[in-house]
Design a protein around this ligand. Structure first.
Ligand SMILES: [Zn+2]
Ligand SMILES: [Zn+2]
Length: 219
Protein backbone atom coordinates (compact mmCIF):
# COMPACT_ATOMS: atom_id res chain seq x y z
CA UNK A 1 0.00 0.00 0.00
CA UNK A 2 1.37 3.38 -0.92
CA UNK A 3 1.30 6.30 1.47
CA UNK A 4 1.35 9.41 -0.64
CA UNK A 5 2.76 12.76 0.21
CA UNK A 6 4.07 16.05 -1.09
CA UNK A 7 7.47 17.72 -0.87
CA UNK A 8 6.80 21.42 -1.18
CA UNK A 9 7.80 25.03 -0.70
CA UNK A 10 5.61 27.35 1.34
CA UNK A 11 4.03 30.10 -0.80
CA UNK A 12 2.37 32.51 1.58
CA UNK A 13 -0.37 30.51 3.27
CA UNK A 14 -0.31 27.73 0.70
CA UNK A 15 2.32 25.39 -0.76
CA UNK A 16 3.64 24.15 -4.10
CA UNK A 17 5.76 21.14 -4.79
CA UNK A 18 5.95 17.57 -6.00
CA UNK A 19 4.22 14.29 -5.39
CA UNK A 20 5.89 11.40 -3.53
CA UNK A 21 4.28 7.96 -3.82
CA UNK A 22 5.70 5.44 -1.31
CA UNK A 23 6.21 5.58 2.47
CA UNK A 24 5.38 9.26 2.82
CA UNK A 25 4.61 9.04 6.56
CA UNK A 26 6.94 10.85 9.00
CA UNK A 27 9.08 7.78 9.86
CA UNK A 28 9.56 7.24 6.09
CA UNK A 29 9.67 10.40 3.99
CA UNK A 30 10.00 12.75 6.97
CA UNK A 31 13.13 11.07 8.21
CA UNK A 32 14.44 10.65 4.63
CA UNK A 33 14.14 14.40 4.03
CA UNK A 34 15.95 15.10 7.29
CA UNK A 35 18.73 12.67 6.36
CA UNK A 36 19.28 13.82 2.78
CA UNK A 37 19.24 17.46 3.92
CA UNK A 38 21.97 16.89 6.50
CA UNK A 39 23.98 14.20 4.76
CA UNK A 40 23.79 14.33 1.01
CA UNK A 41 22.96 18.02 0.60
CA UNK A 42 25.10 19.05 3.60
CA UNK A 43 22.54 21.51 5.01
CA UNK A 44 22.12 23.30 1.67
CA UNK A 45 18.34 23.75 1.57
CA UNK A 46 18.23 25.68 -1.73
CA UNK A 47 20.18 22.96 -3.47
CA UNK A 48 18.04 20.21 -1.97
CA UNK A 49 14.78 21.88 -3.04
CA UNK A 50 16.20 22.59 -6.49
CA UNK A 51 16.80 18.85 -6.95
CA UNK A 52 13.67 17.57 -5.19
CA UNK A 53 11.21 20.08 -6.65
CA UNK A 54 12.66 21.81 -9.74
CA UNK A 55 14.78 19.14 -11.40
CA UNK A 56 12.18 16.36 -11.16
CA UNK A 57 8.90 17.96 -12.23
CA UNK A 58 6.96 14.70 -12.54
CA UNK A 59 7.58 13.91 -8.88
CA UNK A 60 8.87 10.86 -7.09
CA UNK A 61 8.11 7.22 -6.69
CA UNK A 62 10.45 7.15 -3.69
CA UNK A 63 13.43 8.92 -2.18
CA UNK A 64 13.25 6.90 1.06
CA UNK A 65 16.51 5.06 1.70
CA UNK A 66 17.93 6.20 -1.64
CA UNK A 67 21.34 7.60 -2.49
CA UNK A 68 21.47 11.02 -4.15
CA UNK A 69 25.12 10.48 -5.07
CA UNK A 70 23.66 8.30 -7.85
CA UNK A 71 21.68 9.99 -10.64
CA UNK A 72 17.93 9.78 -9.90
CA UNK A 73 15.68 7.94 -12.34
CA UNK A 74 12.94 5.36 -12.46
CA UNK A 75 13.97 1.69 -12.47
CA UNK A 76 11.66 -0.48 -14.51
CA UNK A 77 11.11 -3.78 -12.75
CA UNK A 78 12.61 -6.61 -14.72
CA UNK A 79 15.45 -4.66 -16.28
CA UNK A 80 18.87 -6.23 -16.65
CA UNK A 81 19.95 -9.79 -16.01
CA UNK A 82 18.85 -12.05 -13.18
CA UNK A 83 21.38 -12.08 -10.36
CA UNK A 84 20.73 -15.77 -9.80
CA UNK A 85 20.92 -17.19 -13.32
CA UNK A 86 21.97 -14.33 -15.60
CA UNK A 87 18.90 -14.59 -17.84
CA UNK A 88 16.42 -11.88 -18.73
CA UNK A 89 13.27 -11.33 -16.68
CA UNK A 90 10.78 -12.60 -19.29
CA UNK A 91 12.55 -15.96 -19.59
CA UNK A 92 11.51 -16.73 -16.00
CA UNK A 93 7.77 -16.69 -16.69
CA UNK A 94 5.91 -18.82 -19.25
CA UNK A 95 3.27 -16.17 -19.74
CA UNK A 96 5.92 -13.79 -21.08
CA UNK A 97 7.51 -16.20 -23.55
CA UNK A 98 5.29 -15.82 -26.61
CA UNK A 99 5.34 -12.02 -26.57
CA UNK A 100 9.13 -12.34 -26.72
CA UNK A 101 9.06 -14.79 -29.64
CA UNK A 102 9.74 -17.97 -27.65
CA UNK A 103 7.44 -20.91 -28.39
CA UNK A 104 5.77 -22.63 -25.46
CA UNK A 105 7.01 -26.21 -25.04
CA UNK A 106 4.77 -29.15 -24.13
CA UNK A 107 6.10 -28.97 -20.57
CA UNK A 108 5.38 -25.27 -20.41
CA UNK A 109 1.78 -25.81 -21.52
CA UNK A 110 1.32 -28.60 -19.01
CA UNK A 111 2.76 -26.49 -16.18
CA UNK A 112 0.55 -23.57 -17.09
CA UNK A 113 -2.51 -25.81 -17.16
CA UNK A 114 -1.59 -26.68 -13.57
CA UNK A 115 -1.20 -23.05 -12.60
CA UNK A 116 2.61 -23.05 -12.64
CA UNK A 117 4.08 -20.11 -14.49
CA UNK A 118 7.62 -20.10 -13.17
CA UNK A 119 9.73 -21.41 -16.06
CA UNK A 120 13.07 -21.51 -14.23
CA UNK A 121 11.72 -22.45 -10.82
CA UNK A 122 12.81 -19.21 -9.25
CA UNK A 123 11.57 -15.66 -9.62
CA UNK A 124 13.63 -13.05 -11.46
CA UNK A 125 16.06 -11.28 -9.15
CA UNK A 126 16.74 -7.83 -10.48
CA UNK A 127 20.00 -5.99 -9.92
CA UNK A 128 19.91 -3.76 -6.83
CA UNK A 129 19.70 -0.07 -7.48
CA UNK A 130 19.59 2.59 -4.82
CA UNK A 131 19.06 5.72 -6.87
CA UNK A 132 16.12 7.93 -5.95
CA UNK A 133 13.23 7.04 -8.24
CA UNK A 134 11.38 9.82 -10.05
CA UNK A 135 8.71 9.71 -12.74
CA UNK A 136 10.60 11.88 -15.23
CA UNK A 137 14.02 10.28 -15.72
CA UNK A 138 15.35 6.77 -16.30
CA UNK A 139 12.55 4.47 -17.45
CA UNK A 140 9.68 6.93 -16.93
CA UNK A 141 9.05 10.18 -18.77
CA UNK A 142 5.89 11.64 -17.35
CA UNK A 143 4.63 15.18 -17.52
CA UNK A 144 5.27 17.81 -14.92
CA UNK A 145 2.77 17.83 -12.07
CA UNK A 146 2.62 20.68 -9.58
CA UNK A 147 1.16 19.59 -6.26
CA UNK A 148 -0.56 22.41 -4.41
CA UNK A 149 -2.57 22.76 -1.25
CA UNK A 150 -5.68 22.55 -3.42
CA UNK A 151 -4.96 19.37 -5.36
CA UNK A 152 -2.72 17.47 -2.92
CA UNK A 153 -5.46 15.79 -0.91
CA UNK A 154 -7.31 15.01 -4.16
CA UNK A 155 -4.17 13.22 -5.41
CA UNK A 156 -4.27 11.03 -2.34
CA UNK A 157 -1.56 12.86 -0.40
CA UNK A 158 -1.89 12.24 3.32
CA UNK A 159 1.17 14.22 4.33
CA UNK A 160 2.91 17.34 3.08
CA UNK A 161 6.45 18.37 3.99
CA UNK A 162 6.57 22.09 3.45
CA UNK A 163 9.80 24.08 3.59
CA UNK A 164 9.54 27.67 4.78
CA UNK A 165 10.07 30.70 2.55
CA UNK A 166 13.06 33.03 2.52
CA UNK A 167 15.59 30.38 3.43
CA UNK A 168 14.17 29.85 6.92
CA UNK A 169 15.30 26.45 8.13
CA UNK A 170 11.88 25.09 8.98
CA UNK A 171 10.03 22.06 7.70
CA UNK A 172 6.34 22.05 8.55
CA UNK A 173 4.69 18.64 8.44
CA UNK A 174 1.04 18.81 7.47
CA UNK A 175 -1.46 16.03 7.50
CA UNK A 176 -4.69 15.94 5.57
CA UNK A 177 -7.50 15.80 8.06
CA UNK A 178 -10.97 14.83 7.08
CA UNK A 179 -12.86 13.37 10.01
CA UNK A 180 -11.76 15.03 13.22
CA UNK A 181 -12.39 18.68 12.57
CA UNK A 182 -11.36 19.64 16.09
CA UNK A 183 -7.76 18.97 15.03
CA UNK A 184 -8.14 21.36 12.14
CA UNK A 185 -5.98 24.29 13.05
CA UNK A 186 -5.27 25.20 9.46
CA UNK A 187 -2.02 25.51 7.67
CA UNK A 188 0.76 27.49 9.24
CA UNK A 189 -1.61 28.53 11.99
CA UNK A 190 -3.62 30.68 9.59
CA UNK A 191 -6.90 29.31 10.85
CA UNK A 192 -8.35 29.06 7.37
CA UNK A 193 -11.77 27.39 7.86
CA UNK A 194 -11.49 25.84 4.38
CA UNK A 195 -8.14 24.24 5.12
CA UNK A 196 -7.88 20.58 4.30
CA UNK A 197 -4.57 20.38 6.13
CA UNK A 198 -3.54 20.54 9.73
CA UNK A 199 -0.10 21.07 11.24
CA UNK A 200 1.38 17.86 12.62
CA UNK A 201 4.80 19.23 13.54
CA UNK A 202 7.11 22.15 12.95
CA UNK A 203 10.64 20.88 12.57
CA UNK A 204 13.58 23.33 12.82
CA UNK A 205 16.20 21.90 10.46
CA UNK A 206 19.08 23.27 12.54
CA UNK A 207 17.77 21.69 15.75
CA UNK A 208 18.04 18.17 17.10
CA UNK A 209 16.47 15.35 15.13
CA UNK A 210 12.82 14.96 16.15
CA UNK A 211 11.18 11.71 17.21
CA UNK A 212 9.50 10.72 13.95
CA UNK A 213 7.41 8.00 15.57
CA UNK A 214 6.02 10.54 17.98
CA UNK A 215 5.14 12.89 15.15
CA UNK A 216 3.47 10.06 13.29
CA UNK A 217 1.35 9.13 16.30
CA UNK A 218 0.04 12.67 16.37
CA UNK A 219 -1.55 12.25 12.97
ZN1 LIG B 1 17.02 -16.15 -12.75
ZN1 LIG C 1 13.19 12.94 -12.75
Amino acid sequence: MSTRGAIARQKGDTFEGRYHHWDSYPTGLGKALWDVYHEQFQDNLDEMLRVLIDEHPAGWSSIVGKDFAVTPGYNDYGKGNCLKCGRLAWEHYYQDWESHGKKLTAKARKDMANGRYMALEHPFEGPESNNAECYCHGDRHEEAFLVTEENAAGSGCEYAYVFAENGKLIMTILSSLNEDESKMIGMFGMGNPEAKWGVLAIVPLDGPEPDWKNIERGS
